[in-house]
Design a protein around this ligand. Structure first.
Ligand SMILES: O=C(O)c1ccc[n+]([C@@H]2O[C@H](COP(=O)([O-])O)[C@@H](O)[C@H]2O)c1
Ligand SMILES: Cc1cc2nc[nH]c2cc1C
Length: 351
């Protein structure tokens, strides 16, 4: 399934991009006046192979939840069971992601790809139960996952993307929940970019100075131990990844294979995007950087991918919240190509 998905990922359609650029010159606005939205709309035309591209509606966020053996190294102040408890909160509709999704008319799908503790059951029918393993292993002691587990989690993500698109989603948004998951995210970003652990490790949920220093050392220890090869993305995920990171990589690849845009949320989504790009460089064409997470690794990763985030509000929550806030910007960029009159049709003089 992974190989079939990778084989379906194609370059952007240059003719559709040329048509979108040409259309922009005729719309009733000074050339370039919509800034980054113009190049985004052109890229989405290239992705769809049509000008205008379809309106990216409705939006569908998938929150992939997993736990992490590296939690044992004291890299976060939060107890591991908060992952399962927050999954219960997502299903009950009480988390920030639910509030933002309601505000924006988006749907939220919660996927258990690797939660370690028992899930509460407020509304289990709305949970995609796809647990590959009850949490990853401690990457400082052994590989976090086997290659088979990493592949299985990737395939969960591909399947979720396919199911949401089959159900009519017009755009996919990444979301994540996993206490300690900013540590494997930093390790993945360091492994994929070659950056030093200190340059990509952040304070996650808000760790103190001593915990931060330990966290950098944990990332360094894991990378020194496994020396993952950036040319082997499955090996990178197995060595220092997490189940939700792997599933998100699959989700992004699944969107790219179906020529559907996918809005990246924070540092976990960016780490998964780097892995996805290592599998298929042309998948970057489908990626939209939703926001600039406070986590330094997010900026390092986005720079490597050549993506500029649409919004920068100092967020560091995850769940898909930053991707959701960027969704109306993406939709507006596409809407311009559908709705705005040309100088000719509106009788507006050109310069
Ligand atoms: O999206 C981000 O960039 C982001 C930044 C910091 C924290 N988080 C969220 O916080 C959790 C991980 O934080 P930590 O400190 O336990 O590694 C996990 O559930 C993430 O969704 C997310
Ligand atoms: C309460 C809480 C909510 C979250 N949402 C995403 N990560 C989170 C981490 C914590 C601790």
């Amino acid at each position: 399934m992974l190989e079939t998905t990778l084989a379906a990922i194609r370059p952007l359609d240059q003719a559709a991009m040329t048509a979108a650029r040409e259309l922009h010159t005729r719309l009733t606005k000074p050339a370039g006046s919509l800034g980054a939205l113009e190049e985004l709309s052109v890229r989405l035309a290239g992705l769809a192979g049509a000008c205008p591209p379809p309106l990216p509606d409705p939006a569908s966020v998938a929150v992939f939840a997993g736990d992490h053996g590296v939690h044992a190294q004291g890299v976060t102040p939060w107890p591991q069971e908060v992952t399962a408890q927050m999954v219960g909160n997502f299903l009950a509709g009480g988390a920030v992601v639910n509030a933002f999704a309601r505000q924006l008319g988006a749907s939220v799908t919660v996927v258990d790809v690797g939660v370690a503790t028992v899930l509460p059951e407020p509304n289990p029918s709305r949970l995609v139960a796809a647990k590959v393993r009850a949490g990853s292993r401690d990457m400082t002691q052994q590989p976090a996952l086997t290659r088979e587990e990493a592949r299985a989690a990737i395939e969960v993500g591909i399947r979720v993307a396919d199911d949401l698109l089959d159900a009519g989603a017009g755009i996919l948004l990444t979301g994540d929940m996993g206490i300690a998951n900013t540590t494997p995210a930093a390790a993945l970003i360091a492994a994929c970019t070659g950056a030093d652990p200190a340059a990509v490790t952040g304070r996650g949920t808000g760790v103190d100075d001593a915990t931060y220093e330990r966290k950098v050392a944990v990332v360094r220890t894991a990378l020194d131990r496994h020396r993952p090869d950036p040319a082997d993305p499955l090996g990178v995920l197995a060595a220092v990844g997490g189940l939700e990171h792997a599933a998100l990589a699959g989700f992004i690849l699944g969107a790219a294979a179906r020529r559907c845009p996918v809005i990246l949320d924070g540092v976990i989504g960016v780490s998964a995007a780097l892995v996805a790009a290592a599998f298929a460089p042309e998948a970057v064409g489908a990626m939209v950087a939703g926001h600039r997470s406070v986590e330094p690794g997010a900026t390092v990763g986005l720079t490597r991918l050549g993506l500029e985030p649409l919004i920068d509000l100092g967020l560091r929550l995850g769940e898909g919240t930053g991707a959701l806030l960027a969704f109306p910007v993406v939709a507006s960029a596409v809407r311009v190509l559908h709705d705005v009159a040309t100088f000719d049709s509106a009788g507006v003089s050109e310069k």
